[in-house]
Ligand binder design. Structure first.
Ligand SMILES: [Fe+2]
Length: 234
């Protein structure tokens, strides 16, 4: 029988399993590189503060809870390998997908935003700019395509500019619903949040204006790093 003993306080817990001790850390909100008001006038400080401290925190908490429950269920399954436990594991996967997507998508989002005073919106010379121009003709064309995908989100979702490793590393724009993220061969370079909580306090029903404005604070330097760091699969 497995034994468990919580020995430390949050955020980490220590488990004792068959005389083996390991620390189970929890995910946390990432540090921001800028202050909440630094993206104004394009995204208000109030939106950023609520978005970060309330919405993103909810996904962080939900993901940690779901992962902990999954760990418990795996232990339980090892003792009681039954269809009932298997079904509980299957049911929990939706929570992991939703909150895990919310956690990771927002981490990408904060990092790929930066104030204009720090270079927001500026795509400088480099491999990413070359790839954008080669594929789309101009940054404006890529932005137009991305905005069309964002405008097509019915309800809540995201748009990602990705590097597609399964397609020779070419760029692509992928739209998802809810907190679905991109994984596998799709390397996210820029993630844009199309949930109402990302814009409604400032833009109300004019989400298209938010989609236009956000390009002024996109951190293309970060996107360029992500583009160059990933390796092409065979
Ligand atoms: Fe969000």
């Amino acid at each position: 029988m497995l034994s468990r003993q919580i020995l430390t306080k949050s955020p980490a817990s220590i488990r004792l399993v068959s005389n083996t001790t390991f620390i189970r850390n929890k995910v946390t909100l990432p540090d921001l590189d800028w202050d909440f008001g630094d993206l104004e006038p394009h995204i208000s400080g109030q939106i950023n503060e609520l978005h970060y401290t309330k919405h993103h925190q909810t996904y962080v908490n939900g993901f940690n809870d779901a992962v902990a429950k999954m760990s418990d269920l795996k232990d339980l399954l090892a003792k009681e390998p039954t269809p009932a436990i298997a079904r509980e594991i299957i049911a929990l996967q939706q929570n992991i997908k939703f909150h895990g997507g919310g956690y990771t998508n927002h981490c990408l989002f904060w990092k790929n935003l930066t104030p204009e005073k720090n270079g927001g919106g500026q795509l400088n010379k480099g491999k990413l700019k070359d790839a954008i121009v080669n594929q789309y003709g101009s940054l404006e064309s890529l932005q137009k395509l991305t905005n069309e995908k964002l405008a097509g989100v019915q309800g809540s979702g995201w748009a990602f500019i990705v590097k597609n490793l399964a397609n020779g590393g070419k760029l692509d724009v992928v739209q998802t619903y809810n907190q679905d993220t991109v994984t596998g061969s799709l390397i996210p370079l820029v993630a844009i949040d199309a949930w109402e909580h990302a814009y409604y306090l400032q833009y109300q029903n004019k989400k298209v204006d938010y989609f236009k404005a956000i390009w002024n604070v996109i951190n293309w330097e970060e996107a360029g790093k992500r583009f160059e760091q990933e390796k092409i699969l065979s």
